[in-house]
Write a protein that binds this ligand. Structure first.
Ligand SMILES: Cc1cc2nc3c(=O)[nH]c(=O)nc-3n(C[C@H](O)[C@H](O)[C@H](O)COP(=O)(O)OP(=O)(O)OC[C@H]3O[C@@H](n4cnc5c(N)ncnc54)[C@H](O)[C@@H]3O)c2cc1C
Length: 292
């Protein structure tokens, strides 16, 4: 392994100053769970690693603001999020996703910032946070900017982050009365990488019709992808079985689905046809107090 510099700044500003907008071999490190894998695989040969574990503790805090939005510091460990009473109470869909996201050893060190910045389209949090309408606060030398999670990704391992920008916070609107579910379809153990991930966040009106519909697909396209045509088809409906089947077929036809080691493109299309309806129904059932 080529030698590299190892830095442990004590503030976010100091960390940003140690990064270089023109050099992808100088990397920030949250938990390092993905960075180490990339180094072992030889796809990353860093010249400098900037560990973020000593920056101000406020960047690893979980709180709720006056509008009921969840604020999660970018350096918050996934296990802290998983065990947070605030999250369990107000964002149960996140708590459910986290217990099947990799294993406890990874969750104990991985951070939410690293989870969102990595840009692997198989990851579980981006589709769920995107469907919930979350945004990230991105900190750089010129200050902070906010980007919707939905707009964070450009393609495989590619985000709108500059090489000297850090995800310092994630802000998630209240889940409130919205129905929400995430289907993680795996071919091996339940916490393994998904062959397909599908997040559904829905609200219904007084007549029981779907009012807002957000469906986000992962692990089948080069980035988390909104199923816009299926959303439009379902909005205003009572989520009847036939319509859910049609929406699943429409989504499978509309997208350029790509195969990988977890399944062929045809297999993933079939999963999408099946799981779109299942995920919507599971969300509605959970909102009515169905089995967790
Ligand atoms: C065995 C194993 C199984 C896994 N299974 C799953 C799974 O089922 N589902 C799933 O979703 N994930 C899975 N993962 C991936 C895991 O979720 C990620 O490795 C982890 O979330 C990355 O977080 P981290 O803090 O360790 O990131 P790091 O490894 O520290 O960083 C990842 C990337 O983000 C950059 N980065 C880090 N922090 C920031 C920041 N604050 N701002 C900007 N850029 C930053 C780094 O430079 C790097 O490019 C698995 C990982 C392993 C090792």
């Amino acid at each position: 392994m080529a030698p590299f510099e190892f830095c442990r700044p004590e503030s976010l500003a100091e960390a940003i100053a140690m990064l270089d907008p023109h050099d992808p071999d100088i990397r920030p490190v949250g938990g390092g769970t993905a960075v180490i894998q990339m180094m072992k695989a030889g796809v990353l040969r860093p010249t400098r690693l900037v560990f973020l574990d000593r920056v101000e503790a406020k960047h690893a805090q979980i709180s709720v603001d006056a509008q009921g939005q969840l604020h999660v510091g970018g350096l918050t460990r996934l296990s802290a999020l998983e065990h947070s009473a605030i999250v369990k109470q107000g964002w149960p869909v996140l708590a459910r996703v986290l217990i099947a996201l990799s294993n406890v050893r990874v969750r104990n060190v991985a951070t939410i910032g690293g989870s969102l910045a990595h840009g692997d389209p198989h990851m579980d949090l981006p589709p769920v946070l995107s469907a919930l309408g979350a945004k990230v606060v991105i900190s750089g030398p010129a200050g902070d900017r906010e980007v919707k999670v939905e707009d964070l990704y450009l393609g495989y391992y590619d985000t709108v982050l500059a090489h000297n920008e850090l995800i310092s916070k994630v802000i998630v609107p209240a889940q409130g009365a919205r129905a929400a579910a995430y289907s993680k379809v795996t071919t091996r153990s339940h916490h393994d990488w998904p062959a397909l991930g599908l997040a559904a966040v829905l609200s219904t009106n007084a007549q029981g019709q779907l009012d807002t519909v957000s469906l986000v697909l992962a692990a089948a396209t080069d980035r988390p992808t909104r199923l816009v045509k299926a959303e439009n088809m379902l909005r205003g409906s009572h989520a009847e079985d036939r319509l859910l089947q049609e929406a699943g077929a429409l989504a499978a036809d509309e997208l350029d689905i790509v195969g990988d080691m977890h399944g062929s493109a045809d297999y993933k299309k079939q999963l999408l046809r099946t799981y779109l309806g299942r995920t919507v129904k599971q969300a509605l059932s959970l909102a009515e107090g169905g089995a967790q």
